[in-house]
Structure formats: structure tokens, C-alpha cells
Design a protein around this ligand. Structure first.
Ligand SMILES: C[S@@+](CC[C@H](N)C(=O)[O-])C[C@H]1O[C@@H](n2cnc3c(N)ncnc32)[C@H](O)[C@@H]1O
Length: 268
């Protein structure tokens, strides 16, 4: 009879392998992957390093560590990512929602009762579904140019029991909106090679790249918006001034790291 190895051994081996592969947070990643494989939370691994790892779990852990060594993001390996109060199913068809995108949700939360919000480039549905969850009174719709992303967003809406109409459209679908929120791609084409492998190798190009200066998608959206329409746009920190130039009454919000991240204003 084989004796199950303790989790401290699995953890030690995984941390070493992930560190050698260049992962930035090898211990955290290993704990998340192993705790999930064992069906416990991270605290349990730390509280009881002698916890046995049965053979089946050891095989799952081995496979997950191999995926992580190839720099696949933890969120894709686990198939989920938390965003505000909801958990979204994610895979390589959609961008992994980032904490800084919560700023877009915060802008929309200030809207009056019953306002109409449209989320362009919804991806996993993160922004639109967080709004449906936190402000059921708002009339929220969403769209994405990627049919694969639309499938993911619709599946997330169904799984979370949140009603959301998601259209497959490039740019701004026709309609009347009190606010359009968008986290469109904003990486310059030439910058792809300088991104972390987790992003460059695994996240969809359509979610990342937007022309020579990274502003093609944002410019097209603003250009298509009728005069007077309010927009809140996520962008890279160095793009704040360029995005303000595109809008009237533009105001930029900083993320938790103090970087200019979301500009809200009115289309001309
Ligand atoms: C940076 S990701 C953001 C996804 C999601 N909003 C989030 O914050 O997690 C950009 C999304 O915009 C979509 N997209 C790219 N170009 C677009 C366009 N011209 N019109 C609509 N959606 C577009 C991509 O398919 C992708 O899902």
C-alpha cells in the first residue's frame, strides 16, 4: 500500500518548479492550485502541512503545475476569477478581469435609478454582470466583437442567475444609453513582446492589441458615439492625456496604484 505524501512536499516541489519557470508569485500560485485540487482553502495547507495528498489529487496537481510552468495564468487553470462580489468562469477565450477595471463599475454605480448602461467589449461579462449584481435597477446590456467571448459572457450570466443581453457586435451597438463603459484593448501592437508571458502567450490578442499606439479601438468607439453620449473608458496610464483629448468634460480617475486608468467624458 502506498502512503499519501504530505502536502508540504507537494507544495515545496511546486514552489521550486514555478520559481524556476520564472513565475512571479510561486508560493501563492502553488497554494492556490494545490488547495483547489484538494478541495480545501489555502489556510488549511498552512495550518496542516502534514495533510495527505491522495494519488488522484497528486496527478491533478502535477498537471496543473505543468500548465503553470508553461506560464498559463492561474485563473485559466482554475477556470475562475473573482471580480467585485461575483466569480466569473474564465478561459483563454476571454481576458482575465483585472482589479483596476472595478473603476468602471464604480463610475456606473453613481448613475441614478433605472439608468441605461452598455458595456462594450464585455469579455467574460465582468463589468456588466457586476453591475447587474450590485445595481439590479440599472438597465444593463453588453456586447463584444468576439463570438467566443459572447458565449463566455452569456454562460456566466446564466450561471450567476443574472439576466443580461449580450450581442456580438464590433464597436457600439445602436441604442440609447446614459453611460457606455468600455475596457477595450489598449496595448500598442509593438508592445506585445514586452508583456508577461501570462498575457502575451495566453490572453486573446483581440482583447489586447489596438494598433500602433494602442488607441485604435478607443478612438473608433468615441468616434461612433453620438454627440453628448457619456462614456467611461479604461486605458493604460500613459494614455490618459490622449483619451481626455477625445472627449468633452473629461475627467480621469486613478487606480489603487495611483495610475491614471479610467477617463469619463462626453462624446462630441
Ligand atoms: C481588454 S478586454 C476586456 C474584457 C472585459 N471588459 C474585462 O474588463 O474583463 C477587451 C474586450 O474587447 C473586445 N473587443 C475588441 N475589439 C472590439 C471592438 N472593436 N468592439 C467590441 N469589442 C471589442 C475583445 O474581444 C475583448 O473581449
Amino acid at each position: 500500500m502506498t502512503v499519501a505524501a504530505p502536502v508540504r512536499d507537494a507544495l515545496g516541489a511546486a514552489v521550486d518548479a514555478l520559481a524556476a519557470a520564472g513565475c512571479e508569485t510561486p508560493r501563492l500560485d502553488a497554494e492556490l492550485l494545490i488547495a483547489d485540487a484538494l478541495g480545501v482553502d489555502r489556510g488549511a495547507l498552512i495550518a496542516d502541512p502534514s495533510l495527505p495528498v491522495p494519488g488522484a489529487a497528486a496527478r491533478v496537481i502535477g498537471e496543473r503545475v505543468r500548465r503553470r510552468i508553461a506560464r498559463e495564468p492561474v485563473a485559466y487553470i482554475l477556470g475562475r476569477k473573482g471580480f467585485r462580489r461575483i466569480e466569473l468562469a474564465v478561459d483563454s477565450r476571454v481576458l482575465i478581469p483585472r482589479p483596476e477595471t472595478e473603476l468602471l463599475v464604480e463610475v456606473a454605480l453613481a448613475l441614478p435609478q433605472g439608468a441605461r448602461v452598455h458595456d462594450v467589449g464585455t469579455g467574460s461579462g465582468a463589468v456588466a454582470l457586476a453591475l447587474r449584481d450590485e445595481r439590479p435597477d440599472l438597465r444593463v446590456t453588453a456586447s463584444d466583437a468576439s463570438a467566443a467571448a459572447v458565449d463566455v459572457a452569456r454562460a456566466n450570466a446564466a450561471r450567476l442567475g443574472l439576466e443580461l443581453e449580450v450581442e456580438c457586435v464590433s464597436g457600439l451597438p445602436g441604442g440609447e444609453y446614459d453611460l457606455v463603459v468600455a475596457n477595450l484593448p489598449y496595448v500598442a501592437d509593438g508592445e506585445l513582446g514586452s508583456l508577461e508571458p501570462e498575457i502575451a502567450r495566453w490572453e486573446p490578442r483581440v482583447a489586447l492589441l489596438a494598433g500602433p499606439d494602442g488607441l485604435d479601438a478607443i478612438r473608433a468607439l468615441v468616434g461612433a458615439a453620438p454627440a453628448g453620449m457619456r462614456l467611461a473608458l479604461e486605458h493604460a496610464p500613459h494614455q490618459g492625456a490622449a483619451v481626455r483629448e477625445l472627449l468633452d468634460e473629461a475627467e480621469t480617475l486613478a487606480d489603487l496604484a495611483g495610475h491614471e486608468r479610467v477617463t469619463a467624458g462626453t462624446a462630441r
